[in-house]
Design a protein. Sequence first.
Length: 315
Amino acid sequence: MASLFNPSRAGGGVGNLNLSRHAKRGLQVLQVPALTQFRWLVHGFSTRLGGVSPSPNSPSRLAKGNDLNLGKVPWDNPQNVEVNRRRLLSSLDAEQMNLVIPKQIHSDLIRVLTDMPRADFPLPGDGLVTNHPGLLLSIQVADCLPILLVDVRQRVVAVLHCGWRGTVRRLAQKGVGMMKLMFGSREDDLWAAIGPGIRVCCFSVGEEVAEEFEGQFHYAGQLFNHRQVTPTPLERKYPGLFKNRLKASDRPKHHDTYLDLVQANLYQLREAGISVNRIDSGAPCTRCHSELFFSHRRDDGKTGRMMGMIGIRGQ
């Protein structure tokens, strides 16, 4: 498959991209080439392309009504969402698989599935694990990181929803731990992929987020990028009105703080025992690439939802 981005030319924190594009009837899904060798495995990260939803934030160069919104959001018709989901399954040749969508709550709760859960009672949580063929595990994202895990020997798969809250609760590390505990997965058999999400170039956070990470991780200092901000004339004249920028004496005054969510999860996956050579972490930044991705932060919350998906084909 052709490479989707050339890291030397694409901006916005693209990183060392190893994802490739799988296109079918205008719908495009990003996949990890190293994982496509396993014919029993279904996986991918959806983009915004190839659907029927009329997103109010489509870039002007994209036709209105072509967005692949996969989430039930207020501005979209549920019928559009169902059509989009069917198109997505068809693009992966997974029409016969059962799409599992949890009720995401920004937690570290991981569900182990042995069968299809009830459609009228979505399981709350932010991680799904199974060794049961026919289930296509998914999580919905629009800036948070979708992370896929796979044990290629025992055929166990997992999907994780890692925003900053899930990350500070070590969801990625716990996902690997759950596979080891429940299925006896060995580190040498594990692969991981971190999908498209907001990267350090665009993910500014407040002091309270920085403090939570500093309280949890000894390497927290390596996860933040502090950028100087030139005070405005009004800030210089009335500094008391802007005292929130003057917190934390160990950081520069008048700065913006950017969190490297990808690096934070890379640390966790490596601490869990997965070889760096088996972790794909070079997906693009969702906020930077409006032509490909929805972004909650870029679009002030009025946006669609993409999916990270992984499953085991039926026998």
